[in-house]
Design a protein around this ligand. Sequence first.
Ligand code: NIG
Ligand code: FE
Length: 375
Amino acid sequence: MSTVVSNIGLLVTNDGPERTAAALVLDHGRVVWVGDSAKAPAADERVDAGGRCVIPGFVDSHSHLVFAGDRADEFAARMAGRRYEAGGIRRTVAATRAATDAQLLATATRLVAEMRAQGTTTVEIKTGYGLTVDDEARSARLARTLTEEVTFLGAHIVPDGIERADYLDLVTGDMLDACAPYARWIDVFCDRGAFDESEARRILLAGRERGLGARMHGAQLAASGAVRLAVELDAASVDHCTFLEPHDVDALAGSDTVATLLPGVEFSTRSPYPDARRLIDAGVTVALASDCNPGSSFTSSLAFCIAVAVRDMGMTPAEALWSATAGGARALRRADVGHLAIGARADLVILDAPSYVHLAYRPGVPLVHRVLTAG
Ligand code: NIG
Ligand code: FE
């Protein structure tokens, strides 16, 4: 069935300049025509955008939705001056292990729906709160029922009750084998209190041998060699990038590795925001993602991330929108989403606003009029 979305006041396709008075035709889940609303061909169904702004659906390339429990008390303590520590992950691991499959799936499903209602049409979901072979495998299996973009993050931290060397053997051996059938990516938290560069290298290379693409949590808590390692291993993305040295920026600029910025984390941990302006000016591809998780960033809103990126990270509204759509797609090495060129997936958002600038100009306001998806 074909659909024409007409009377679009402002259309962002991420494929050529913004258009006014535009229309789109969608057929079989793809964009098949883009042009002036007055010249739009007929279709089976007509959606009148009423002069609103239309953007590509958000591509949230980083989330941790398979978990149980709540860490609001840690958030409140941080707002009172306490520092964020990677060790909080252990609390969520304990709660997640104790939960049933049905409970985990219900929470993740609710969060994906929450994201969808706010304009996110593609989401990546990581494991990482199970940290046993069985608990990681079920996290991957449950995540796979919600998205194709599943990431194995057994290397989140070394859990209690196992020697570090034994855990590394597991993450690069049996646990990886159990999760790889459900996953497209492997990730490692390479930072203070988690895994070091040589461990991260071993983990990402083991994943690559099983056919998984590399991603990394790096430079969230401290500068290190993580970013350069991610670039060296051609990771699709290195995420956080809060503490970067000049050589990290240079390495990213000459690479296909996206720097994914997660401003919900700096907001929720009261940390300095990463400098998106510096990265963009150096030629680095920047994505914005939610990092939705119960510890460091319990937001599912990319509109919120855009608002912070514009307000405090030096991005223009147009850059921030690009990073939350096309940038996220680059971070997942996907050519079919994040834009609305002919042939792209028909994933789009009709905003209740005349311009995408309102995503930052009207922070905290629900601005999604309607979400259309190919699926
Ligand atoms: O991306 N940095 C590592 N992992 C998550 C936080 C997880 C947690 O605190 O539960 C993150 O920020
Ligand atoms: Fe994360």
